[in-house]
Ligand binder design. Structure first.
Ligand code: FAD
Ligand code: NAP
Length: 545
């Protein structure tokens, strides 16, 4: 329950915006340092991604024993994960448990959005404004607003005239949905669509899947964890978490690759791939060889294998061909993992509509008109993704030094020094920001790393009597150039995706995440800290008295 505003201080050390994994840990960590902290969250509970994305079939794609916090041994010893890839309700319950156990929940105000924040260089303070009209001043702003938070709705003619039920995967209602006997249309075959489609197909009398781009998906082979697996990990959690922190992707469950797939003959390759296919998951494949994302021949071996599996699974030849991705290297868009996705297309009530051949003309009150006629539907589901990475931050009106607007600064190139601090926006830290490993890693490992880095930076500032730190523009530019240089050596850049803003009409194209690995990135951060916040402009504390 929200505390009335007048019992809360209007001047605090830190404002944390967002209460997903990042916000909950940031509130806990920084309040444990003795700082006064207020958290704000637009939703009515903690959880972030796992609060909003409550669609049928939602689960993680990094194994739960990795996709969880390592900062507290008590928490990891007390929590029981049921499945290899946990379902949304379990992950939501877990974050809720962490928020209660750490006391973070009591410092967060729910159903409260931050709408603007502006920096005053004279006082070295930010003024943050909420949608309730409250103004709060603070020295530090922590943007825990998430990379996949701002939903994207397609701009379709007539959408507002549609009279049936409408859902977006990331704004799913809290009340259970029931599609039994209903005619349903779904747009989007990314990771969300791939999880929703098999579940909705079980209930709907008719399911039309509107596909624009076919996507690679691998079987998750999700299953309950055995007590032996849980116990082994529990016993060794400290070493395993440490291993994850030093790992290229931030996980302990799958070792890093050491050899090229091109060292294997075609037959040996297939034999290996078949083994991984049975084990399930995408990291099983992605961590097996060094060169899937570096060499087109290596990539093609895997892509051909997955296409052959799609053709073996889907009975109708035309549908199978339409489901075979052929316009991007496998892995250049996030590889989906699924439970019976391709098998779903063998059900008589499921029909794939290939938007490349049969585009939507308009939405009408009764359904979807394609160039071949009207398809009447009772429900439309949008699994159409997000204005990713920068969207949640730029939807806040943020003003830095000299009236500079963040949305304007990022309109050409979303730059952040070391992926966390933005030049001319002092004392503002963006958790898993542009130019950090973020969405190209196990995000919980990366979130912990950033929260701990912010804590270290503030610790340094306190020790040295600093009132503000601001990323140096030249250092920021050098970092972004380096991020681009690393990405340009890989196949990650060879697709249109939310990684480079291509999914948002009008958004400038930049490949944003750092793909050099969590381990390399960790070394860069350590060097920056050891060199006295190298790349930051350090300002002494201005005496306010
Ligand atoms: P979020 O969880 O997105 O939380 C941000 C919060 O900030 C939101 O609750 C939002 O309401 C709030 N907020 C934003 N703006 C404001 C504002 N102005 N005022 C107030 N509140 C605001 N990553 C993985 O590594 N592995 C996975 O398996 C995985 N699965 C995913 C599945 C789905 C369906 C999605 C969408 C993403 C998945 N991700 C996964 C990425 C996932 O987003 C991160 O792993 C992680 O949950 C992000 O946590 P966060 O706290 O940084 O952000
Ligand atoms: P997404 O990957 O961006 O996919 C959006 C889908 O909607 C794409 O198929 C896209 O087609 C389609 N689309 C968008 N606009 C459209 C339009 N106007 N008409 C028709 N189709 C349209 O979004 P997402 O599936 O929500 O996933 C986003 C990210 O969240 C994932 O990459 C992943 O990181 C994370 N996630 C993870 C899991 C998990 O397994 N744990 C589950 C869900 C999400 P185009 O490809 O042609 O643009």
């Amino acid at each position: 329950m929200n505390m009335p505003n007048d019992t809360r201080s209007r001047s605090v050390d830190v404002v944390v915006i967002g209460a997903g994994f990042a916000g909950v840990y940031a509130v806990h960590r920084l309040s444990s340092r003795g700082l006064s902290v207020r958290g704000f969250e637009a939703g009515s509970d903690v959880g972030g991604t796992w609060y909003w994305n409550r669609y049928p079939g939602a689960r993680c794609d990094v194994e739960s024993l990795d996709y969880s916090f390592g900062f507290s041994d008590k928490i990891q010893q007390n929590w029981d994960w049921g499945h290899r890839y946990s379902f949304q309700p379990s992950i939501h319950q877990y974050i809720s448990y962490v928020a209660d156990e750490t006391g973070a929940r009591s410092l967060i105000e729910f159903e409260t959005s931050v709408v603007s924040q502006s920096y005053d260089a004279q006082t070295q303070h930010w003024t943050v404004k909420t949608d309730k009209g409250e103004l709060i001043t603070c020295r530090y702003c922590v943007m825990a607003t998430g990379n996949l938070t701002a939903p994207l709705y397609p701009d379709m003619t007539g959408l507002d005239t549609y009279a049936g039920e409408k859902y977006h995967s990331s704004r799913w209602p809290k009340e259970p949905t029931d599609f039994t006997g209903k005619r349903v249309a779904i747009f989007g075959t990314g990771a969300s669509g791939v999880q929703i489609i098999p579940e909705v197909a079980k209930e709907a009398s008719k399911l039309y899947v509107f596909q624009r781009t076919a996507n690679f998906s691998l079987p998750a082979r999700n299953r309950p964890l055995t007590s032996a697996e849980i116990e082994t990990v529990r016993k060794h959690y400290p070493e395993l978490r440490d291993k994850a922190r030093q790992h290229v992707f931030g996980i302990h469950s799958t070792p890093e690759p050491t050899r090229s797939v091109l060292e294997l003959s075609e037959e040996e390759t297939i034999e290996q791939f078949e083994k991984f296919w049975e084990i399930g998951g995408s990291l099983t494949f992605q961590m097996a060889f060094t060169d899937f994302m570096r060499d087109e021949r290596a990539n093609k071996r895997l892509a051909d294998f997955v296409r052959s599996k799609i053709r073996q699974t889907v009975n109708d030849r035309k549908t199978a061909e339409a489901l075979c991705p052929n316009d991007h290297p496998i892995g250049a868009k996030r590889i989906c993992i699924d439970t019976g996705y391709f098998e779903t297309y063998n059900l008589p009530q499921v029909e794939l509509i290939n938007l490349r051949e049969r585009p939507v003309v308009r939405i009408t009150p009764k359904g979807i008109e394609t160039k071949e006629g009207l398809l009447e539907v009772d429900v439309i589901i949008f699994a159409t993704g997000f204005d990713a990475i920068t969207g949640a931050v730029t939807r806040i009106d943020i003003t830095g030094r000299n009236g500079l607007k963040l949305a304007q600064k990022w309109s050409e190139r979303p730059a952040a020094y070391m992926g966390i601090a933005v030049a001319n926006f002092p004392n503002m830290f963006v958790i898993t920001g542009p130019g950090s490993p973020s969405v190209k890693s196990n995000m919980v490992t990366s979130i912990e790393q950033h929260v701990e880095l912010i804590d270290d930076i503030i610790g340094y500032m306190q020790k040295h009597g600093l009132g503000a730190v601001d990323a140096d523009e030249e250092a920021e530019n050098d970092w972004v150039d380096y991020v681009n240089e690393v990405a340009n050596k890989t196949l990650f850049v060879k697709s249109d995706s939310w990684y480079n803003g291509a999914n948002v009409p009008g958004k400038a194209r930049n490949f944003v995440p750092f793909v050099g690995g969590v381990n390399t990135y960790r070394l860069a951060l350590e060097a920056m800290m050891q060199n006295n916040l190298k790349g930051f402009i350090k300002e002494p504390l201005i005496n306010q008295s």
